[in-house]
Design a protein around this ligand. Sequence first.
Ligand code: NFE
Length: 597
Amino acid sequence: MNQRVIVDPVTRIEGHLRIEAETDAEGRITRASSAGTMVRGLEIILRDRDPRDAWAFAQRICGVCTLVHGIASVRSVEHALGIAIPRNAELIRNLMIAAQYVHDHVMHFYHLHALDWVDVVSALKADPKRTSELAQSLSGYARSSPGYFSDVRKKLKGFVDAGQLGIFANGYWGHPAYRLPPEANLMAVAHYLDALAWQRDVVKLHAVFGGKNPHPMFLVGGVPCAISLHTDRAGRGGGHGKGPHFRGGDGATALNVVGLQTVQNVIRQMRQFVDQVYVPDTLAIAGFYKDWFTQGEGVGNFMTFGDFPAKGMGDPSGYLIPGGVILDRDLKKVHPIDFQAEGEIQEFVSHAWYDYGGGKDQGLHPWKGETKLNYTGPKPPYKQLDLEQSYSWLKSPRWKGKPVEVGPLARVLMLYATGHQPTKELAGMALKKLGVPMAALFSTLGRTAARTLETKLIADAMQGWYDELVANIKGGDLNTFNGAKWEPSTWPKQARGVGIMEAPRGALSHWIVIEDGRIANYQAIVPSTWNAGPRDAANQQGPYEAALQGHRIHDGRQPVEILRTIHSFDPCIACAVHVAGPGGEAGPAVVTGLAGS
Ligand code: NFE
């Protein structure tokens, strides 16, 4: 019987995502539709405000990729007004963005995605001694003794016996699609718990540079963290006339030696966890699911905007991750992006609950973007969406009319295509270990593996930025702010800018139009919008929708296959629709509805 398998909400993501998958008699997906079920509002809130304040509002788009909207926002204003930031500010921003990647990707792997592959309940059957042998065969990670795994198993048994799986509730435990032996399951559960503790520590990097996390502080023209090696715990000047006074601590208001040492420790902790836990776990788990290297590709087009500048955002030749577009999997040609051209980056609303002044089939460049809400869907509670009409609060962004995938896979492919040697070596090592060809990257697990590989590349790069920052400070360069154009009286009457960056989930852009010192228009095109958006005016599917095509759903009440592919993108619908949630609802468990059609 043909069915419509509905997953709403998709959990272990940020925000509200609904998938409606139409299947044939064999349970194969013939058409999948992706719907964001809550609405954006940030663009409207930003109108008429001071552009120098925009980051503080824009950053509240999301608390997962906590800093990226702050960075994209200040970059949009800097681009509009022609402000160059000091090298120290660039290094500090690079370190903060990189820390966000490492934190976010590890969290995604263990806490949002692993349970699609790891059967928590099966871990109870594991032998702690054999688990220890398995863990020690994979890496030199210290927490790998039989006693350690025995304790984790005991803890887990406590959850299960009490009927309170807590954070592990509502998985499809026992589903035949789970293939790991009990020992691999126990090891992964142990690392899930370790990663929770680890993230609490590494988040300190943001607190040192930006005051807090989530939502650290930013500043148009630089970073708000002054550097002073002469401050004590209370931030008072020290030194007693004897040169630098190397005291200081958590209470200091300026970046000092203690803060820098904390950053160095975080970088070490990050690299250690990535090398000893995240990379080996990804390869070990992926080895049991090689059929997932041949499905879940998506649209076959990939886009990056580029990030981690070495010579300012104005000079893309200095970016660690280059920008460009790869079409139809062809890694031999990278197409340049023209951000200003009207026909390149556009958003469509043909199947979204918005109107455009010029008609629903029009595509708009974001400087001319409109945010006019028009909900025409069924009245809740509803069983099905009308997929022939509008069915999502996400718009459909397109590059030259084409759907493109953004995110870790796009970045790894771009680094590979542009000859980045460490990427080539790392990808080569991973593919060899797994015994799969390069084409395996174009898949559900290829996307997940690419996220792991880029985490290692970026964690390794952090040490270089840190060393350069310390060398600058030692050389007497304490500058973190360019205030030359701080005053609106120095601005032109009208200015337009785009702030680009690579957020963990992919290419992010904030578009600002400034008139008479105020924001006349503001549009954010977010990675999850590129990936999760609905069909466009030409009926082309977005990447999520295309990636689900052809998946065989074995049990419509437990569609773990849909979760595997959707989670491989790491959805954030809060970002994609810039949620304004009225009720502060907690995310309920995965609900699967079957509606015959
Ligand atoms: Ni809310 Fe985000 C990232 C942005 S979403 S997580 O990464 O921008 O796509």
